[in-house]
Design a protein around this ligand. Structure first.
Ligand SMILES: C[S@@+](CC[C@H](N)C(=O)[O-])C[C@H]1O[C@@H](n2cnc3c(N)ncnc32)[C@H](O)[C@@H]1O
Length: 251
C-alpha cells in the first residue's frame, strides 16, 4: 500500500501529525508548525464548534477543502460525544485523494458505515454524519445546496492560498457561503491577506482578527452580525490591493 497518494508528498509537522504537499498546487495542506494543532486552533476553536455542539441540538459545518481529512477526523474526535446531531460537509476536487483517505483510515470507527458514489462519500456514526462532495466546489456546491435546505453554523475556509487557489476566495464565493449560513455562523480561516479580507467584506461579512499560528502573526474570523474590527477596516482602507472577484479571474 502507498503511504501517500500520487502527486503528493508526506510532510512531518512540528506537533507530530503530518500533512501532504500537493504538486498540483505547489503547496502543503497545513502549516509545518502542526497540521492537527492548526486545525484545532483555526477551525474547531475558531468556529467555536464544541460550544455550539453543547448548546444546540443540531450543528451544520462546512469545510472548504477536504485535503487529507484532518478537519473531519479532528472534528469527529471533539464532537462525537456531545449532544448535537452534527453534519459535516466537505468539498474536494481530487477524487483520488479522497479514495486514498478512505483506504488510509479504513479501520477508523467513523468509516465503517459509508457509501462511496461518483460525486459523494457519505458516512454516519450515531449523531455524527458527513458528506464529502467530490469535484470543483465552484460547480458542485451551488448545485448541491440548491437541492437541499442547508444552513451552516460553522465554516472552515481551508482552501490553498489565495495566490494558488483564488477561485475559492472570491467575493462571489463568499456571497454563496453567506446565502446558506445561519445568522450565528462563524467563518474561520488561516489567511489574513488584505485581498481575501476585502472579498469577505464586499460579500457582506464582518471581520475580526483570529489567532496567530506558527510564523503567521494573525488570521481571520468572520460573522454576519456586529461590525468589522476597526483596525482591520483601517488597514484595508490603506491597502491598495483589490478584492478577488470572479470577473478578475476570467480576464
Ligand atoms: C489546504 S487543503 C485542505 C486541508 C484539509 N482541510 C485537511 O484538514 O486536511 C485544500 C484542499 O482544497 C482542495 N481544492 C482546491 N481547489 C478546489 C476546488 N476548486 N474545489 C474543491 N476542492 C478544491 C485541494 O485539492 C486540497 O485538498
Amino acid at each position: 500500500m502507498k503511504s501517500f497518494p500520487l502527486k503528493y508528498s508526506r510532510v512531518e509537522t512540528e506537533d507530530g501529525s503530518y500533512t501532504l504537499f500537493s504538486e498540483a498546487f505547489g503547496e502543503a495542506c497545513h502549516s509545518t508548525a502542526g497540521a492537527k494543532s492548526e486545525t484545532i486552533l483555526h477551525y474547531l476553536k475558531g468556529c467555536a464548534v464544541e460550544e455550539k455542539a453543547q448548546a444546540q441540538t443540531a450543528l451544520s459545518i462546512l469545510e472548504v477543502g477536504f485535503g487529507l481529512g484532518v478537519g473531519l477526523l479532528t472534528t469527529w474526535e471533539h464532537l462525537h460525544s456531545l449532544p448535537a446531531e452534527v453534519h459535516f460537509l466537505s468539498l474536494e476536487i481530487d477524487r483520488e485523494l479522497v479514495l486514498w483517505f478512505l483506504e488510509e483510515h479504513k479501520t477508523h470507527p467513523l468509516l465503517q458505515n459509508i457509501e462511496v458514489r461518483e460525486k459523494t462519500v457519505e458516512g454516519k456514526l450515531r449523531n455524527f454524519s458527513f458528506t464529502i462532495l467530490i469535484g470543483d466546489a465552484r460547480r458542485e456546491l451551488p448545485e448541491y445546496v440548491s437541492r437541499r435546505k442547508i444552513i451552516w453554523e460553522a465554516i472552515y475556509q481551508d482552501a490553498f492560498s489565495p495566490r494558488r487557489n483564488p477561485v475559492l476566495w472570491t467575493r462571489q464565493w463568499f456571497e454563496l457561503l453567506k446565502m446558506h449560513s445561519s445568522e450565528n455562523v462563524i467563518l474561520s480561516t488561516y489567511s489574513a491577506s488584505s485581498s481575501i479580507r476585502k472579498s469577505l467584506v464586499e460579500a457582506g461579512w464582518k471581520l475580526y482578527p483570529g489567532e496567530k499560528f506558527g510564523p503567521k502573526r494573525t488570521s481571520t474570523r468572520a460573522r454576519l452580525t456586529g461590525e468589522t474590527d476597526k483596525d482591520i477596516l483601517d488597514a484595508l482602507a490603506r491597502s491598495p490591493v483589490k478584492a478577488i472577484t470572479d470577473e478578475e479571474l476570467l480576464t
